[in-house]
Design a protein around this ligand. Structure first.
Ligand SMILES: Nc1ncnc2c1ncn2[C@@H]1O[C@H](COP(=O)(O)OP(=O)(O)OP(=O)(O)O)[C@@H](O)[C@H]1O
Ligand SMILES: [Mg+2]
Length: 338
C-alpha cells in the first residue's frame, strides 16, 4: 500500500470523529492489518526513494536574500553536498516548498532533508512560518481555507503534495502534537485506544496491551495505571500532553510533528516531555517547533532557523548554537531580536 489514494471513499475515511475532537486526530488512526505496509519488509522507517525520485537537497538551504553571511570560519566546514552524500537516506525531505495564505507567501521555497530517527528543531521569531511549515508536512494546511502549497515533499518515494495522496493515511504515518494538550473528552484508556479501535483493532487484550505499551513509552503508565478509566481531562497539563503523545504513537506513525509541545507546561513537565522526545527518537523521526533555545539545544540533532518565511540556516544543532554561519542566526540565538 502507498500513500497514493486508496479505494476507500473520502466519506469512509473521515467517518465518525468524536465530538470535540481535533480534525487532525479525526483522521489519524489506522491500526488495521497492513497499516504499516508502507514500511513492510524494509526494516527501516521509510525506504530509500527510488532512483526516479529527485535527490534530497543538501542539508543547508538557500540563504535569505537580504542575509549577511558571517565571516568564513577559520576551519572550513565540509560542504552540505558532501555531508549529504555520506549520510543515509533521509526519512523525508522538502524541495522548493512554498506555502501561501491567499496571495501572501508564508513559506518561500524551502528545501530541507529530515534525517531518519533524529530530532530537528525549527526556530525563528514569531510569524516566521514555523507552524505553517510544520503543518504542511502532513498536509494539515489543507484544512485552512485559502491556504495552498507549491513544491514537493518526498516521503518513501512519494511526493505527498500530489493530489492523489491519501491524506488520511498520510496523517496516520505523520502524527501531530499540538501546543496545548487536547485530550478527547474520554477516559485515559479511550484516548489511547480510540485510534486503533477506529481502524479495526477489536480484541480487548490487544487494545489493553497497546494502551499499556503507549503509556509506558510516554512515561505515564505508573502515574495513571490505577485510574485508566478516569477522564483524560482530569490529568495535569504535563500529563495531558504526554497522553496526547501516547495517543499519537498508538497509530504507529513514522514521523512526529510537535508544535511547541512544552510551551504551556511547567519546568518539571517540560523536562519530562524533553526526556520523552529523547526516548521517542529511537523509533520516530521528530520535528519540533520551539521558542526555547535551550530546549532546541537540548533535544535536537539538527536545527533550522527560519526568518520571514525563508529557511536561513539549517545545520547540526551544535554548529547552529556555537558557530552559526549566518549573522541573523547568531543575532536570533543570542537574543538580539525576535
Ligand atoms: N490561517 C492563516 N491565515 C492567514 N495567514 C496566516 C494563517 N496562519 C498563519 N498565517 C500567517 O503566516 C505567517 C506565518 O505564521 P506561522 O503561524 O506559521 O508563524 P510561526 O513562526 O509559527 O509563529 P509563532 O512563533 O508565533 O507561532 C504569519 O505572517 C501569519 O500571520
Ligand atoms: Mg507557530
Amino acid at each position: 500500500m502507498t500513500l497514493i489514494a486508496s479505494d476507500k471513499t473520502e466519506t469512509q475515511r473521515n467517518a465518525a470523529p468524536a465530538a470535540g475532537q481535533h480534525p487532525a486526530n479525526a483522521t489519524l488512526p489506522a491500526h488495521s492489518p497492513g497499516a504499516n505496509a508502507l514500511n513492510a519488509g524494509t526494516g527501516t522507517v521509510l525506504p530509500p526513494a527510488p532512483s526516479a525520485t529527485p535527490a534530497p537537497p543538501a542539508s543547508g538551504s538557500k540563504p535569505a536574500s537580504a542575509e549577511t553571511p558571517k565571516p568564513a570560519p577559520s576551519k572550513p566546514e565540509a560542504s552540505g553536498a558532501a555531508r549529504t552524500q555520506a549520510a543515509p537516506p533521509p526519512a523525508f525531505y522538502t524541495k522548493d516548498l512554498s506555502v501561501f495564505y491567499g496571495e501572501k507567501q508564508a513559506i518561500k521555497q524551502v528545501s530541507m532533508a529530515f534525517p531518519d530517527r533524529q530530532v530537528v528543531a525549527l526556530i525563528g521569531p514569531s510569524g516566521c512560518g514555523k507552524s505553517t511549515f510544520l503543518r504542511s508536512l502532513n498536509r494539515m494546511n489543507d484544512l485552512i481555507p485559502g491556504a495552498s502549497i507549491e513544491g514537493e515533499i518526498w516521503i518513501g518515494g512519494h511526493n505527498i503534495c500530489d493530489s492523489k495522496t491519501d491524506v488520511v493515511r498520510l496523517r496516520q504515518k505523520i502524527g501531530m502534537v499540538w501546543q496545548r494538550p487536547n485530550p478527547f473528552h474520554k477516559s485515559i484508556y479511550e484516548n489511547v485506544a480510540f485510534g486503533p479501535r477506529y481502524h479495526g483493532v477489536k480484541s480487548k487484550a490487544a487494545l489493553d496491551e497497546l494502551v499499556e505499551e503507549c503509556l509506558r513509552k510516554t512515561a505515564l503508565w505508573d502515574e495513571v495505571k490505577d485510574r485508566l478509566h478516569q477522564s483524560g481531562l482530569a490529568l495535569s497539563g504535563g500529563q495531558q500532553q504526554r497522553l496526547c503523545i501516547a495517543r499519537s504513537i498508538a497509530v504507529k506513525p513514522d514521523i512526529l510533528l510537535m508544535d511547541e509541545p512544552a510551551s504551556a507546561l511547567d519546568p518539571v513537565s517540560t523536562a519530562k516531555v524533553e526526556e520523552l522526545i529523547a526516548e521517542l527518537k529511537r523509533d520516530y523521526t521528530i520535528v519540533i517547533v520551539t521558542h526555547n533555545m535551550h530546549q532546541a539545544a537540548r533535544v535536537s540533532d539538527k536545527t533550522a532557523f527560519f526568518f520571514l518565511g525563508d529557511l536561513v540556516e539549517y545545520d547540526e544543532t551544535n554548529k547552529i548554537f556555537t558557530n552559526p554561519s549566518r549573522k541573523s542566526t547568531d543575532d536570533y540565538i543570542s537574543g538580539r531580536f525576535g
